[in-house]
Design a protein around this ligand. Sequence first.
Ligand code: IPE
Ligand code: IPE
Ligand code: MG
Length: 257
Amino acid sequence: MSDEGQTGLESEHNNPRHIAIIMDGNGRWAQKRFMPRAMGHQSGVKAVREIVEYCAQQDIEVLTLFAFSSENWRRPQEEVSLLMNLFMGTLQREIEKLKNNNIRLRFIGDRSAFSESLQNMMAEGEALTRNNTALTLIIAVNYGGQWDLCQAFRKITEKILAGELSKEDINEQLINRYLSTAGLPEPDLFIRTGGEQRVSNFLLWQLAYTEMYFTDTLWPDFDRESLEDAIKSFKGRQRRFGHTGEQVLSRSVKFNF
Ligand code: IPE
Ligand code: IPE
Ligand code: MG
């Protein structure tokens, strides 16, 4: 790197390949405006559109958005139904646009809890965009990091019982292959909007070495400039993966994730 003032830390990585976001603060955004929480969720969809568009333009490979957690069923019934309807309506409206913009759509989470029509629409959205090659957009719905690990362990156990795997085969790579994020790069950058600093059962295993970024900005206000700030913060960090800073600077170490 020939840039004056370049410490070497910034140059270690460029854009994150995979950004994972907990989109939080819709309810408070609405409450601040004396509006029903529903309005916050609706405005949240607009923010999703802007962020997806931005990531596609910036050649981000994967964007994972936490839309509904396995714990969000605990909300009042009206809010849960509203979120389901909003989800279904948005999908219906946006699928064609995703298809035409070369965005590959995928869902992670336990779909069995959803209505048949919603499950069909999700499968259709995935099928229609399967061969797209720009951004992979992952929507986490009825997702929980603990659920993801449980479903992986269940499948691995089945294989062991069937004699197709042995317990010695269990290692980090194998578990990765059974998680719902199999085949995707690990998230490089985690963002949580809305001021809370917790993981709320999002990607637990996958966040092992992810850079964390928390902002007070409420999700409906999170725009491309806000994302640029987060990416700038990411680019200024030195990722060590257990090595020393000196090792990283001397570039004697090749990271493999
Ligand atoms: C995030 O916003 C959206 C979902 C969890 C579906 P919230 O609805 O959690 O907003 P706050 O945290 O109440 O402000
Ligand atoms: C996390 O937000 C889940 C989503 C954004 C979908 P919550 O608002 O549900 O998280 P907690 O319950 O405050 O931790
Ligand atoms: Mg919240």
